[in-house]
Design a protein around this ligand. Structure first.
Ligand code: PMP
Length: 360
């Protein structure tokens, strides 16, 4: 078997041991004679997986009792709408940070549903920088502040958290959840699509402070109310059992690897390897200002688009896959989520150094 190093931004690389375990479990789950894919989401076998996944989330992220963990459908994108539907009461205004492609999408949906106030606009720096968290000022009457902890396309990541007092802090952590320690208690609401640091596409993880769901407009359709999912432990309808099962396996792997603190250390080393070459080269160019750079998604450019095409083609031949930047920005992007081993990043930087030597 020849597995490539996969730098895709999402869906993205998964731990090999998890994939191998899945292969075993797929046909006959723990001697049941059938797969979890084929069993009821209300059967005790699946229920055990579901509850253990929640328990692992609580343990690994340090989620307090005040918050619930939910598994929802519709991708992180549905949360762009569900957040204002549930939390942006009529007559109120919500504060948003426009940090790039994903922040912008959240803003677009919120504007359809209520009033939005932009408290930082990255447009002014062509989305190459984030604000100093301490400089973000929010009107105390705001319904909430929404921001994106890591802009997957632009490659920007917050290094601290805004202070909002009583105003609920809401964060899209799709592309950096579980990559570093997070003071969950500070947040009223966190959401993340699974397909980067947690598992496959098909499930969105929500961490919600219970009291926040209580004031949603009662006329919202049942599936769009967080309270429905809180009351039914995410099994109001048929939940995405397979995606949740894989998330459960990835959480077990993460725990075996030493949990979030260990992951954070390795992630720091991996990112430093790539930024080192970008900072010491006149050939490669990082696109984000230093204090806002992401440790998960690292975009970079080469001197010409022809060289970029050649780089991608040669990288592919060297088993380095998924390095093409997002279609909206071009260039390269190395996504180095938790499951990317440091050996893969070392292989990439060795390749980059060789390519620079032969094409300068
Ligand atoms: N937010 C961020 C930061 C993302 O990176 C993505 C997907 N790449 C989304 C939201 C949208 O997620 P989904 O495709 O699961 O709806």
């Amino acid at each position: 078997m020849s597995r490539k190093y996969n730098f895709n931004a999402g869906p993205s690389t998964l731990p090999l041991s998890v994939l191998e375990e899945l292969q075993q479990d797929l046909v006959d789950y723990k001697g049941m004679g059938l797969s979890l894919l084929e069993d009821s989401h209300r059967a005790p076998t699946y229920e055990a997986v579901h509850h253990e996944a929640v328990a692992l989330f609580r343990e690994l992220l340090g989620i307090p009792e005040s918050h619930k963990v939910l598994f929802l459908g519709g991708g992180a994108t549905l949360q762009f709408a569900m957040v204002p539907m549930n939390f942006l009461a009529a007559g109120k205004s919500a504060a948003y940070v426009n940090s790039g492609a994903w922040g912008k999408k959240a803003i677009e949906d919120a504007k359809k549903l209520g009033q939005v106030q932009i408290v930082f606009d990255g447009k002014e720096s062509n989305f190459t920088t984030l604000p100093d968290p301490a400089s973000v000022k929010v009107d105390p009457a705001s319904a909430y502040l929404h921001f994106t902890s890591n802009e997957t396309i632009g490659g920007l990541q917050w290094k601290g958290w805004p202070e909002t007092g009583e105003v609920p802090l809401i964060c899209d952590m799709s592309s950096d959840i579980f990559s570093r320690a997070v003071p969950v208690k500070k947040f009223a609401y966190i959401y993340a699509g699974a397909q980067k640091n947690m598992g496959p596409a098909g499930v969105t993880v929500v961490i919600i402070r219970k009291d926040l769901a209580e004031n949603a407009p009662p006329n919202l359709p049942t599936m769009l109310q967080y309270s429905t999912h809180i009351e039914n432990s995410s099994t109001f309808n048929t939940c995405p059992v397979m995606a949740i099962f894989v998330v459960h396996e990835v959480m077990k792997w993460l725990k075996e690897m030493g949990g979030v603190p260990e992951m954070e250390k390795v992630n720091n080393k991996k990112a430093a390897l790539i930024y080192d070459i970008l900072d010491n080269s006149s050939f490669y160019r990082g696109t984000v200002q230093k204090d806002s750079r992401s440790k998960m998604n690292i975009p970079f450019r080469l001197p010409t688009e022809d060289l970029e095409a050649e780089f991608l083609s040669q990288a592919n031949k060297n088993n380095l896959k998924g390095l093409k930047g997002h279609r909206s920005v071009g260039g390269m992007r190395a996504s180095i989520y938790n499951a990317m081993p440091i050996e893969g990043v070392q292989k990439l930087v060795d390749f980059m150094a060789d390519f620079e030597k032969s094409h300068k």
